[in-house]
Design a protein around this ligand. Structure first.
Ligand code: BTX
Length: 323
């Protein structure tokens, strides 16, 4: 039904088509026409609706095109094994299944839309169609299991650098894995790993970037907390270029980490952090902790100085700025 409706609009570019005519052509009620238009709007199509004239198709979503994306990547590197799916529950699941089949490091799964996108600790990651980067990368790091938090911080720096390259949005990294723009979340990274006998088998690095979402694309409860690159800069960003930049930055930092360990990553992370030097409250699994965030230790834990002067290591939690 969607397809027939779209075909009709594409055959009449720039023209208004009345609801009555559409209902006659497609043999559905006018209410059904209106519902179908809204389904298409949710997929990224934009329509003008003018009383008495009808509907006019004014914008179509740009699709992530495999050939276009591959042409932007350096040969033999991250992203050369690439799967782009229209809709999936979560690219994390697709990438994990692929990793179990033995796909090499650097394989990437991208989805136009996720129906069950997830963040840390069971959070929902809102992933509407055609406007974001929802991707998972298979990594096979040769590091001890307790070092995996390094990769979260490395991923955040890579995303930050890629987004900085292509946009003018005022970005900063919030510990451990968020990219904020003007205090609102614009991107996040989720690491999920599989291990056997303390040995890492693979890590799936999930990257979510709200690229071309408009304010109305976010559910009400996220309006205050989330934003997109388009909202921040007033411009659409080419998603294929941003995917390519993310993969390039990620691979470069990953090689640096393999060669020199965590120290250079830690310096890069600290330089872009908006968490350090601030008074924060951290909701940890063990309860809230308050203090001043002072830096990272060699494991990637956040060093928090409380009001008695004691420095604690925090391994996971949600940071809230309190001053
Ligand atoms: P997180 O747990 O740090 O952040 C989740 C929180 O971010 C939510 O509770 C909500 O407040 C906010 N949020 C949800 N959706 C969005 C959005 N689209 N833009 C901005 N803020 C949002 C962060 O988890 C890690 C997210 C990784 C998402 C990727 S997408 C590809 C891969 N597949 C998958 O299922 N997850 C990863």
């Amino acid at each position: 039904m969607n397809q027939q409706l779209l075909d009709w609009f594409r055959e009449h570019p720039g023209q208004y088509i009345s609801g009555e005519e559409l209902s006659r052509r497609l043999q559905i009620t006018r209410t059904a026409v209106w519902k179908q238009i809204n389904v298409l709007r949710a997929k990224g199509y934009a329509f003008d609706a003018v009383p008495k004239l009808g509907y006019r198709l004014v914008a179509q979503p740009t699709r992530l095109d495999e050939a276009a994306l591959l042409s932007k990547l350096a040969p033999g590197n991250f992203g050369n094994r690439l799967r782009i799916v229209e809709k999936t529950e979560s690219t994390q699941n697709e990438a994990a299944a692929w990793a179990k089949e033995g796909v090499p490091e650097g394989a990437v799964v991208l989805a136009e839309e996720q129906t069950g996108g997830r963040g840390r600790q069971g959070h929902v990651w809102h992933s509407p169609a055609g406007k974001g980067i929802w991707m998972s990368i298979v990594l096979r790091p040769r590091i001890p299991l307790p070092y995996t938090p390094h990769l979260t911080l490395l991923g955040a720096v890579a995303m930050f650098r890629a987004m900085k390259k292509l946009t003018s949005a005022p970005l900063g990294i919030k510990w451990p894995n968020d990219i904020l723009a003007d205090g609102k979340k614009v991107a996040g990274i989720l690491l999920e790993s599989a291990a056997e006998d303390e040995r890492l088998l693979y890590v799936i690095a999930g990257i979510g970037i709200s690229v071309n979402l408009d304010a109305a694309d976010f559910p009400e409860e996220l309006q205050e907390r989330a934003t997109s690159l388009k909202i921040m800069t007033g411009r659409e960003v080419d998603r294929a270029s941003l995917v390519a930049a993310c993969l390039q930055e990620l691979e470069q930092l990953y090689r640096l980490y393999e060669e020199e360990g965590f120290a250079p990553i830690r310096t890069l992370w600290e330089a872009q952090s908006i968490t350090l030097g601030r008074q924060v409250t951290i909701e940890t699994p063990q309860g809230p902790l308050q203090g001043i965030a002072e830096g990272l230790d060699e494991s990637g834990a956040l060093l928090l100085r409380d009001k008695t002067g004691t420095v604690q290591k925090v391994f996971s939690g949600d940071v809230h700025f309190s001053g």
